[in-house]
Design a protein around this ligand. Structure first.
Ligand code: FES
Ligand code: FES
Length: 172
């Protein structure tokens, strides 16, 4: 920390969804509250506030984290991606589109965290099987869907990736 004052404030610099942001924030402010209340990025949700449900997931320097467990000042000079920053303009990611195609969303409250957890898995394991998907989403709780259609969406992206890779190899 380089700019904390005796009033418990901190001059925070952070890049959020590709945009540099500077704010003076209380040193005790959670990253979740900074995103939702200061920046109005309300796609990041709060349910448990204790690191148990995954609804508050964001990428912090490329690592999936629970923003309810992190102070905003811990993100100083870091890059954050929230669900609002995942798509490129109006072009959804393959996984976002797969959630729509598989009707994977009911109330939607868990979905930002689910999508980010799924994206995180696919970055490290582009063709995961269902067990790997279940394991990767184990930290994300959904009260509505029974999980199967969410798993279907992630699995489909992996299978499509597999077919895409195969057709490239066949054409060599
Ligand atoms: S609100 Fe952060 S893990 Fe539940
Ligand atoms: S869709 Fe409602 S909590 Fe998951």
């Amino acid at each position: 920390m380089n700019s904390s004052d005796s009033n418990g404030l901190f001059d925070l610099s952070v890049t959020v969804n590709g945009t540099p942001v500077k704010r003076t924030v209380p040193t005790h402010l959670r990253l979740l509250d900074f995103l939702r209340d200061e920046l109005r990025l309300t796609g990041t949700k709060e349910v448990c506030g204790e690191g148990e449900c995954g609804a508050c997931s964001v990428f912090l320097d490329g690592k999936l984290v629970n923003s309810c467990l992190i102070l905003a000042v811990e993100a100083h000079n870091a890059e954050i991606t929230t669900i609002e920053g995942l798509a490129t303009g109006k072009k959804l990611t393959r996984l976002q589109q797969a959630f729509i195609d598989h009707h994977s969303v009911q109330c939607g409250y868990c979905i930002p965290g689910m999508v980010l957890a799924g994206e995180n898995l696919l970055r490290g394991n582009p063709q995961p099987d269902r067990d790997a998907i279940r394991a990767a989403l184990a930290g994300n709780i959904c009260r509505c869907t029974g999980y199967q259609k969410i798993i279907d969406a992630v699995e489909t992206v992996g299978k499509n990736q597999s077919q895409h890779t195969k057709s490239i190899e066949d054409n060599r």
